[in-house]
Design a protein around this ligand. Structure first.
Ligand SMILES: [Zn+2]
Ligand SMILES: [Zn+2]
Length: 447
């Protein structure tokens, strides 16, 4: 339900049936007081309005040329050319072939000797197999660019000190691009990092929900082949091991929390019905609301594999590739977003966004103060992220406008991060508080 208070502040507690539909009429939003340096927000809004048509063109271009993880060559080209023309220094193929970095630094006339802060921003680029831009990364790409340019223009206009580091981050969909970039030090210079993500939700809303931490497990069973009719007793059946492991996990599911997710597949090489299979491979994704819970859950899943190996006599090899963590939305950054959003652009909630999906940005939020708000775009029923219908939603005018709105709010937060010492002290403080909370979560999970 969205209501207006006398001050013009919108409050929203959205029940699950309140997703924004394409046929919904526009809700009116009014500005109110309480915005830090409103003249800066005005400059940001002016800059993003100037970029509107050009950004729309880039977004539709990416949408028409969907590229899978680590193949974002066209997006790399289009986005780096765009931001370079706006006066940023561009490093193409930054650490990874399709990653890039655009930087800008400014010293104001009253520049002090203190080190200036660096604002990090992320632009995602990759699409999905078969469904194209069904996660709206074309919108995230232009949002990063809009935020970076708007912050740059504000720094110049108001003579402020600060640096901007916009990363073009490949392979969010199953490629863990940001985890690789983190390992390679691409986030080291940043004092805070911002990005956003589209999802279904109430009209013109933003969401500060978290998402699920995700651990992966790859399991190989090695058995021994035999003629399935002539001498099956000579075989050690790796298909049976996979079936038992699958069933073990299915039984475990009844004893885990409703917020946990365990899902997997299995396959094998050169299987035939008349041969006892000597190999099988399983891929599992194990998700929970926090990294600590996901790790504890993984420890309960592993015996399911070992038991299947024991029962069938197969050798078990377990591989655990890099994990992604839950989103730790920085409280001070989130409060600022809430204030700005409710004053200017719409409602804020904690239940929508990408709350039971996962993102490699979670790992960034564990390293440095960060914010990853979701923002609503109009969707049809059962047409959320990763569907053909969502692909249609991510190229609508309304989705574009919603992207620019969240970008304006993020740019205003970004300028405050680099300029306002007191505000940044709160950002740091709430990051440290959350670190303690995480430690507590690990203790509670018995890890
Ligand atoms: Zn996705
Ligand atoms: Zn996504």
């Amino acid at each position: 339900m969205t209501t207006t208070t006398e001050s013009g502040v919108y409050t929203a507690a959205a029940p699950p049936d309140e997703a924004w539909r394409p046929t919904d009429a526009d809700l009116p939003f009014r500005a109110t007081s309480g915005i830090w340096r409103p003249e800066i927000l005005e400059k940001i809004e002016e800059t993003i309005a100037r970029l509107d048509a050009a950004l729309r063109e880039v977004s539709l271009d990416l949408h028409a040329h969907p590229e899978l993880k680590y193949e974002e060559h066209h997006a790399h080209e289009v986005l780096t050319n765009f931001i370079e023309k706006e006066g940023f220094e561009v490093e193409r193929h930054f650490h990874l072939p399709t990653a890039w970095r655009a930087t800008f630094s400014h010293k104001g006339p009253k520049s002090s000797s203190k080190a200036s802060r660096t604002l990090g921003i992320n632009s995602e680029m990759d699409a999905l197999p078969g469904v194209g831009h069904a996660c709206g990364h074309n919108l995230i790409a232009i949002s990063g660019v809009a935020v970076a340019i708007a912050v740059k223009e504000a720094l110049v206009e108001f003579g402020l000190d600060g640096k901007i580091s916009l990363l073009g981050t490949p392979a969010e969909e199953g490629g863990y691009g940001k985890v690789k970039l983190l390992e390679k030090g691409a986030y080291k210079d940043m004092d805070a990092c911002l990005m956003c993500h589209p999802a279904p939700g109430p009209q013109w809303s933003a969401s500060l929900s978290s998402c699920l931490a995700l651990n992966r497990a790859k399991v190989n069973f090695k058995g021994h082949s035999a003629h399935a009719g002539l001498s099956p007793w000579e075989g050690v059946n790796a298909l049976d091991a996979a079936v038992l492991a699958y069933n073990n996990v299915s039984v475990l599911r009844q004893q885990v929390k409703p917020t946990h997710r365990i899902h997997g597949i299995f396959h094998g090489d050169e299987w035939a019905a008349n041969i006892i299979p000597d190999n099988s491979e399983m891929e599992w994704l194990i998700r929970a609301p926090t990294r600590a819970e996901a790790d504890a859950l993984s420890e309960r899943v592993k015996p399911c594999f070992r038991a299947a190996g024991m029962a069938t006599g197969c050798e078990v090899a377990l591989n655990e590739p890099a994990s992604v963590y839950d989103l730790r939305q920085n409280k001070a950054l989130g409060d600022e977003l809430t204030n700005l959003y409710q004053c200017r652009y719409g409602s804020v909630n904690y239940g929508w966004g990408i709350n039971s999906a996962s993102t490699d940005f979670g790992n960034v939020t564990y390293e440095l103060p960060s914010l990853h708000p979701g923002f609503a775009i109009p969707t049809v029923p059962n047409g959320g992220n990763h569907t053909h219908d969502f692909t249609k939603s991510t190229k609508t005018e309304a989705a574009h406008k919603a992207t620019l709105n969240i970008s304006k709010a993020l740019a205003a937060i970004g300028v405050r991060v680099v300029e306002d010492d007191e505000f940044y002290a709160q950002v740091k403080e709430t990051f440290e508080e959350d670190k303690k909370k995480r430690e507590e979560e690990f203790k509670q999970a018995g890890l």
